[in-house]
Design a protein around this ligand. Structure first.
Ligand code: ATP
Ligand code: LTN
Length: 328
């Protein structure tokens, strides 16, 4: 069966864009392929300088992943630092990639430039080697990623091919696959930018754990335009189109049908808020249950870590043997 790996960093609160654009696909696809989902806490360390930030964010993200419907019996959901083989293979991948290759990564160039006066860790630079380890450890055939991550999958392929050339056929060379197009959710205050946790203000970003009244307020204050016509047109009417997209993704009705049902913005905003609240209500309830039962959450993550480790340790063993490291 095709093995698929997707990973997400535990940085910041999960929002509606993450759910409708990415995480929902994870849930829908879990029965079709052999899926591994990593919460990559070690990656978050590239930009973390304070204690007790990454752990709670990891717990919250794990609870959200199970709450949205990832079935621990079907999908392997694990925390990267629970599988020490990631760090171990990460070093070997660092020795298989060149300084020049890492220097060409646009994400490093962007992020290090943005951090300017801030501390730029060596980890931010070598991050793609750890990402390559994440992928090849699981013999992943497919890695669904957005455009921003394609370069990292390309470099993973280059590293795997180079390793195989040096030490013999050992690593599966993965493919980047384009995920089934999820909704692209735009910021409610600035509907020409995508909804993002690092947006200008929280008012334009609906977090999965926002209480219903906050969600309602955010939608009622959503920026639209000065006309009074409900029509799907992302160029002329980005705000209204975004509401139609969100309502469509939350209710399952197509956006043109929806557009025909409204003649005013007020009811469109109210119904979109109601649909999102209804979509999130069971997720929030299940999340709360899991957060109230840390033992159960830990158990679920231990199941994932055991399954992940059984695959990862076999790969690391194969790598050590291929290189010819002295067995202990
Ligand atoms: P940041 O604010 O730091 O850029 P983010 O909120 O954009 O982060 P990421 O952690 O970069 O979120 O993304 C996690 C996943 O969610 C990715 O697969 C990404 O494509 C998807 N995603 C993020 N924002 C949106 C959005 N507004 N609409 C649809 N998908 C999104
Ligand atoms: N770099 C990715 C997160 C990530 C990842 C991975 C994605 C780390 N390891 C392995 C796919 C496969 C990001 O910043 N979104």
């Amino acid at each position: 069966m095709t093995r698929v790996l997707s990973c997400i960093q535990p940085t910041g609160a999960v929002h509606l864009g993450n759910l409708l654009g990415a995480l929902r696909n994870w849930v829908d696809g879990q029965h079709d392929k052999d899926v591994f989902h990593g919460i990559v806490d070690l990656h978050a360390l590239t930009v973390t300088t304070e204690p007790d930030v990454v752990g709670p964010a990891t717990t919250e993200l794990a609870a959200i992943l199970f709450a949205i419907g990832l079935d621990p019996e079907v999908a392997t959901v694990f925390v990267q630092s629970h599988v020490p083989e990631h760090s171990q293979l990460g070093w070997i991948m660092e020795c298989t990639v060149s300084f020049g290759e890492l220097s060409r990564m646009t994400q490093f160039k962007d992020k290090s430039a943005r951090r300017e006066a801030d501390f730029v860790s060596a980890g931010l630079f070598t991050y793609p080697a750890l990402q390559a380890a994440d992928i090849v450890l699981y013999d992943a055939n497919e890695v669904p990623v957005g455009d921003d991550q394609r370069q990292h999958i390309e470099i993973t392929r280059d590293i795997a091919i180079r390793f195989n050339n040096r030490f013999g056929d050992t690593l599966v060379v993965p493919e980047a696959v384009t995920p089934k197009a999820g909704a692209r959710v735009m910021d409610l205050q600035d509907p020409t930018s995508k909804m993002s946790k690092s947006g200008e203000t929280d008012a334009g970003c609906v977090f999965l754990l926002d209480p219903p009244e906050v969600i309602d307020k955010k939608f009622r204050r959503a920026v639209t335009d000065s006309e009074n016509e409900v029509r799907y047109d992302t160029v002329a009417k980005p705000g209204v189109s975004n509401l139609l997209d969100i309502l469509s993704a939350s209710s399952g009705t197509d956006r043109d049908t929806l557009a025909g049902q409204y003649s005013q913005y007020g009811p469109l905003k109210a119904d979109t808020a109601a649909a999102v609240i209804e979509l999130l209500q069971p997720v929030q309830a299940r999340h709360q249950e899991l957060m109230a039962d840390p033992g159960e959450l830990a158990r679920l993550l231990a199941v994932g870590a055991d399954r992940a480790r059984s695959v990862a340790s076999a790969t690391l063993e194969r790598v050590h043997r291929a290189i010819g490291l002295l067995p202990r």
